[in-house]
Design a protein around this ligand. Sequence first.
Ligand code: SF4
Length: 217
Amino acid sequence: MLGGRDLRKTIEKNIDKLHEDLSVKIDKKNPDRIHAIEAAGCTRFAYYERRDPVPTDTASKISGLIGSAMRHSLSNARGEYKVDSLSLEVNADLVMGDEFVVRFEIVQTLPEVPHPRHLLYLNACLFAFNKDEGFLIYMTAEGKTVEFSMTKNNRMFEEIIRRARVLSTLLKDNKVPIVEPSELCLNCKYYERCYARKQVKDESSGFILEEIFKNKK
Ligand code: SF4
């Protein structure tokens, strides 16, 4: 019979394997191949993931598995768009005939407007698969959904190509991209590399507040 620790190790090993099998495949050694997921998100994060990665914790792996498993159960079509020596790679969840591309995003709460990085990514899929219309479907773990549609947009595509080029150049030059402050930073495993953080102890925080307000009395 498996002991508690062995059982935990076995579960973690299986989660690691699933995470590896289902994650987006990125050619991390080739700076001329940039995945749109890297260019649409924080490029500093993408740089660290290629050059000096911190292991992903088990809780984050599990929360990412729902989206990854769903993508693999759909068509998860791989495509790319070449601009000179740079290849921008994409994975689309569904490519429907000659018509449109669908991308799912698993979220905790449904957004009122689509997130710009999700639009940048879907737009890159439209160019890679040469389609004119795309659907972005947000879904919660409880199955609630909201859909947004978009049409192919040249300016947004120029922006993701610009970001991919910057990442590609910085990878070749071994230079870390600048910090990109956003809500992603709050749960990012590289937070401490990007921001100095020192928490004020509870007992002294009252003292700081007192100092701030004492001259206002
Ligand atoms: S903390 Fe923010 S800026 Fe730093 S790598 Fe993460 S997402 Fe990017």
